[in-house]
Design a protein around this ligand. Sequence first.
Ligand SMILES: Nc1ncnc2c1ncn2[C@@H]1O[C@H](COP(=O)(O)OP(=O)(O)O)[C@@H](O)[C@H]1O
Ligand SMILES: [Mg+2]
Length: 378
Amino acid sequence: MTALTPVSDELATYPDAVALAALERVGVVLNDTWRLDSVLGVGAFAAVYSATHRKGTRAAIKMLHAEYECNEQLRGRLEREALVLSLIHHPGAVRLLARGTTEQGSEFLAMELLEGETLTSYLVRKDGCIGLDQALLITLLVLEAVAGAHEHGVVHRDVTVENVFITRTGQVKLIDFGTARLLGNLEQGAELGVGPVVGTPGFMAPEQAQGLNEQVGVQSDVWAVGAILFELLTGLPVHFAARTLFQKLTSSAFSDAPKLASIAPDASPKLQQLVDRALAYDKAERWRDACEMRGALLALFDVSPDRAGERTFATSFAPVAPPQVASSWLGSLRAAKTLQRACARVVGLVRALATAVAGLRSPTRRRVRARDRLLSNA
Ligand SMILES: Nc1ncnc2c1ncn2[C@@H]1O[C@H](COP(=O)(O)OP(=O)(O)O)[C@@H](O)[C@H]1O
Ligand SMILES: [Mg+2]
């Protein structure tokens, strides 16, 4: 999750010992309160466990690996994550339940236990082929989550496919706020100015990859959302030719993102503008913030902004509202008709868009095309 932290495809190279050490904690009871039931994820510095409170509540517990328990910088990161999560009250961000320190002095966070999978794993399961409607909707919900964090003064700085979680009920949640930054908080002086590079290469805006931390702000998260959308639409990461961590980092820092049309020439002009503007090298040319980008995305759907909060990934494109939504919406026949018309408009529009960019649906074909292009340029 940072330049100090290998990116997801490097996770496979982590020593098995790290995963094994994480597994060894399963069954341990923290402070006679939380029993660690199983490992949900193992990162470079921390592991996340599903856990049960002695009173029965379930949670996800994040703890540093044993070898890093005394590392002040990493302990600070976990503390930061707790602080930031306590500030954000938004359905698009994972909720903090508690924080604690074990008798041995290890810090831990207890978060709401999400059921579902990361966007990375969802994409793998779908073989990278999710269709335009889902790509746009996931992006819309990610933007709402990011905008929610920004509203609470938090820049995430590590918005990636790995840190977007899709729940079984179709919600989209941002996780992993360990490298988030509080806007305008000059007390974090060590983080400002030119400093350590924080984030995931490939999902870092140029200013972030260059370590220009004082320039990293809401528009850096906008770039990252653009990178997610680019990948959802094309099946390729923005800097797809970069293979090593170093190449990914230097491309993120110094290369323009490819125009969407260079990979997906059939994409509609509005969609191209949406993505290209999010991924502009120069901050001044990007969407001003997540809300502005969200507005542009909503215009593609032709849905009024005040309806956006009612949608989830699973239900938005259903022609009939699901029962729990219907009970509040269908209070009158008039409301029902309005709903039907709105749904038909959304479905129609999405179908039209999907047809217009049908070429975007085959990541395999796109990968072959991109590779051919690379080879012919070589
Ligand atoms: N609240 C949660 N509920 C369920 N699973 C979670 C939760 N938080 C994290 N995870 C799982 O643990 C993995 C690592 O968590 P994350 O916070 O991203 O840590 P890291 O810093 O190691 O990337 C995630 O990819 C996800 O699979
Ligand atoms: Mg993560």
